[in-house]
Write a protein that binds this ligand. Structure first.
Ligand code: ZN
Length: 182
């Protein structure tokens, strides 16, 4: 009975933390020191859980990269950016390993690749269907809020093929300040 209660309490605590983390990431709440510690603990637990449930052995490198990718909430990043972050975090991985890992994570449904922008492919930690703005000057992707784009007249895929997903990327740039041009 006691262990049941303890398990229920742990589940409630995890859900409460996930909710809290969401609020902090959306900038709706400021984390206390205890929150930060608990959330870091929750994140490292989630990494193992995430890798295992995706059928991937949690090797040290996968765990480290997974922590970097998912530790900061939903985001879009390229293999090159992840490679830089790994080096800054003291994780000596090659760019080829980062690419391989991202492709394994893609196959396992943990991340979703976005349309290549020039040389780079971006990976999205949010695998649900949604579209993006690409900010040219910053090389960043921003989610387009739900319901702002509607896609109609989707073509039949070629014989023997199926649609995986549909990407819409709206390229944007900062407006030029005309007063500065004069
Ligand atoms: Zn996105």
């Amino acid at each position: 009975m006691r262990s049941c209660d303890a398990a229920r309490e742990a589940v409630n605590k995890t859900q409460e933390l996930k909710f809290k983390r969401r609020r902090i990431m959306d900038n709706r709440a400021k984390p206390s020191q205890d929150d930060t510690r608990d959330i870091a603990r929750l994140s490292s637990f989630c990494v193992f859980e995430r890798l295992r449930s995706a059928g991937l052995r949690p090797t040290r490198q996968r765990v480290a990269l997974c922590n970097l990718i998912f530790g900061a909430g939903d985001r879009h990043l390229s293999a090159e950016e992840l490679h830089e972050e790994a080096h800054r975090a003291g994780e000596p991985v090659s760019l080829a390993t980062v690419y391989n890992t991202l492709h394994q994570f893609t196959d396992a449904g943990l991340v979703r690749p976005l349309s290549a922008e020039g040389q780079r492919t971006y990976f999205d930690t949010n695998t649900s269907d949604h579209f993006h703005f690409f900010v040219e000057s910053d090389n960043t992707m921003i989610d387009i809020p739900d319901g702002m784009v509607s896609v109609t007249n989707i073509p039949e895929p070629p014989e023997g093929m199926e649609i995986v997903n549909i990407d819409v990327v709206v390229r944007v740039r900062r407006k030029r300040d005309k007063s500065k041009l004069a």
